[in-house]
Design a protein around this ligand. Structure first.
Ligand SMILES: CC(C)(COP(=O)(O)OP(=O)(O)OC[C@H]1O[C@@H](n2cnc3c(N)ncnc32)[C@H](O)[C@@H]1OP(=O)(O)O)[C@@H](O)C(=O)NCCC(=O)NCCS
Length: 200
């Protein structure tokens, strides 16, 4: 049974206006046009995580995803044991995506980018790699779960062609009477939201 601990998000994002790190709860949405100039950054190599990468990957998930254990699609998963691809930016691990196969689909279990590297293409490269792995395994779909408060990830995935396919109300709240954890922008974390992309 999920507990509020699994839904808690002590993670950080980075302010796209001033560049400072911001606690999840203090982050705000901002409407902008496409005026942001393209940044030319060092190349990012996306590759499978090795055993040597594991400590850095777990630190990144702990800090930037908010946890290394989670309950998703009704199952408790430990990121220590889940296959992971990493974004390697000149020897530094700047993002990670954990995945597994689930019911003829590739399930993105966790995805996080180091706040210093957010909005520079790292998350997009990792998701593209997950889609490539799914194609190589003849898996026709990619699945991902997020929560109702996580507007940045709902935006991010829908921009990449993922569609909301299921909403599980109150899954994140736990036992009756438990107050929900507070998520992005101070929004209570209540519902698990599933998104799916059917691969062409
Ligand atoms: C969701 C998350 C993984 C996105 O990762 P990211 O690395 O910031 O994603 P990207 O950089 O690929 O793309 C985000 C934006 O950056 C822009 N961008 C990418 N490369 C760029 C570049 N070189 N110059 C300027 N902008 C760029 C993209 O266009 C996109 O913006 P847009 O959709 O408004 O056009 C990240 O916000 C995160 O780690 N969140 C916390 C954990 C979390 O919620 N995980 C998801 C739950 S499953």
């Amino acid at each position: 049974m999920p507990t509020p601990t699994f839904g808690a998000k002590p993670t950080v994002l980075r302010c796209s206006r001033c560049g400072k790190f911001v606690d999840w709860e203090d982050a705000r949405l901002q409407i902008v046009c496409g005026c942001r100039p393209h940044l030319d950054l060092p190349p990012v190599l996306v590759r499978e995580a090795t055993d040597l990468d594991r400590p850095a990957v777990l630190t990144l998930f702990e800090r930037d995803f908010g946890r290394t254990r989670l309950v998703t699609f009704g199952e408790e998963l430990h990121l220590e044991t889940v296959p992971t691809v990493v974004a390697d930016s000149e020897g530094e691990i700047t993002g990670a995506l954990a995945y597994r196969e689930r019911q003829q689909a590739l399930h993105i279990v966790a995805l996080a980018t180091d706040p210093l590297w957010q909005r520079s293409g790292v998350g997009g490269h990792l998701v593209a790699e997950a889609e490539l792995i799914a194609r190589q395994r003849d898996l026709p779909r990619i699945l991902v779960a997020t929560t109702n408060d996580n507007l940045p990830s709902l935006y991010f995935y829908q921009r990449k062609g993922y569609r909301i396919t299921e909403i599980l109300p109150d899954t994140m709240v736990g036992a009756t009477g438990t107050a929900p954890s507070i998520g992005f922008g101070g929004i209570p974390i209540r519902d698990e939201i599933h998104l799916t992309k059917v691969l062409a």
